[in-house]
Write a protein of this length. Structure first.
Length: 204
């Protein structure tokens, strides 16, 4: 005999999960990270602490889930970069959006919290790489491969190096707060990357 409570139970679980992730993001945005606790998350979400522990084993796992939840595509679809046929315009659109995210105080604090945990947690670092960093990099490389096929990017370019060339300076400036995060800076990084890896550029 089927359990008619099944769908309702699933909906309650989904609502509970979203409440926990929203509470986590709100607390990290409002409080010093060291003061964010599982108890505080539970209270803000209106759930019992054990409800959180049934899903996640630690605060770092909940915080990462809160970040991952923001990065997922609409309706679970894979993330895709814009492909208008104009690589320069598409990269500037994406990098400007990245600058806007890092400049948002609430997003900034959330990502800094995850990075702080990743430094000291090898298991979380592997999960971060497999579930977030790697899928995003693959989406970016798919766009770069399209540009290679269209003759807008050196066909021999190592796409991992291209991504590091494009994103590493932005990440370092954000991480060390060494300079402003602006649209102009994002555009400069795209321009420099295309000069370095544009068609006709060869190593050796």
């Amino acid at each position: 005999m089927s359990d008619n409570r099944g769908p309702d139970h699933s909906r309650r679980r989904a609502r509970s999960r979203e409440a926990i992730l929203e509470a986590t993001r709100a607390l990290v945005a409002d409080e010093p990270y060291g003061k964010v606790t599982m108890e505080a998350i539970a209270a803000r979400a209106g759930v019992g602490k054990q409800t959180i522990y049934r899903r996640w084993s630690s605060k770092s796992a909940v915080v990462f889930a809160a970040v991952l939840d923001l990065s997922e595509g609409v309706d679970g679809q894979a993330v895709e970069l814009p492909d208008t046929g104009d690589l320069e315009a598409d990269l500037k659109t994406v990098l400007r959006a990245t600058v806007d995210e890092f400049a948002d105080p609430s997003f900034d604090r959330l990502i800094r919290a995850v990075n702080a945990e990743v430094v000291n947690d090898a298991e979380l670092a592997a999960e971060y790489r497999d579930k977030l960093a790697q899928p995003l990099d693959e989406a970016k490389k798919a766009r770069l491969r399209s540009a290679q096929r269209d003759g807008q990017l050196d066909p021999d370019a190592d796409l991992d190096v291209v991504l590091e060339f494009l994103y590493a300076p932005l990440f370092q400036r954000w991480l060390h707060r060494s300079g402003p995060l602006t649209v102009d800076y994002a555009d400069q990084l795209v321009d420099a990357t295309l000069r370095a890896f544009g068609p006709g550029r060869r190593s050796g």
